[in-house]
Design a protein. Structure first.
Lengths: 147, 147
């Protein structure tokens, strides 16, 4: 099954700071979507909304400063059941995030769109940590008519 | 074998304009790397350089305003033999580019890096066509210590 992969390095940050941005409502709201609700606890569900649509993610793993794993439990049909992971590591003065959105059934056009869009949001995460300001929805870069 | 997939929509452009940016030295130099040489003809090789390193691409297919296909003939070991395609289509006022970098043997960390970096360069292509100004190497956004 094809996966979406990304890597960003964040300068002058720390694994703890990146982990906080991935596991608190304030953090997630500052780089992905301003409309983030729910609880970031193993077994709980986070709701990410982008206007009318969005994704519900069940939190499967939380390993402080190292790893976050979610599973999509509601959202577009192609996303349901897929898993999203963030692996964090420090290498000299870069905090590295390896991202994977795994379990797509087919490499449909929507997967191409989501791959680029994840890249855009991970650059928003990077900017948030490096400059204090991300570009979460609705201030994200629009890629096409699907946003 | 895992693939890197992306999609960008370019506003108020045209398939011909996008095709030119993918098939002329002036175009390629304005969004990917300022150090682009060679000939964009089927069977010829294009040289893309980024400081000391870079990629040599053999041009396999050129379908005006519709499709470009290259195969990597020199560069990092993980890239050699892989194929890079751009499929172009017009949908209402968006020119859509579907991108694929296919044939990676393993989803190594370098593939994660290249996936995000391709996203950055495709956003540079989008900016070039929408605003007249891309961000080719060496003015590209640096993602990590691998650039």
């Amino acid at each position: 099954m094809p996966d979406i992969l990304h890597k960003v390095g964040i300068k002058s940050s720390s694994p703890n700071a990146v982990y906080r941005a991935l596991t608190t409502l304030d953090g997630l709201s500052a780089w992905w979507t301003t409309n983030t609700q729910g609880e970031s606890k193993v077994g709980s569900v986070l709701q990410f909304r982008f206007g009318d649509g969005g994704f519900d993610m069940k939190v499967l793993e939380l390993d402080p400063a190292r790893r976050v794993l979610w599973q999509v439990v509601d959202g577009p049909e192609e996303w349901i059941g897929t898993k999203i992971s963030f692996d964090i590591a420090q290498r000299s003065d870069w905090t590295i995030v390896l991202f994977k959105h795994a379990g797509w059934k087919e490499p449909v056009e929507f997967m191409h769109h989501c791959s680029t869009k994840w890249g855009v949001f991970l650059l928003s995460l990077k900017a948030l940590l490096e400059t204090g300001k991300g570009s979460p929805w609705p201030n994200d870069l629009k890629l096409d008519s699907w946003e």
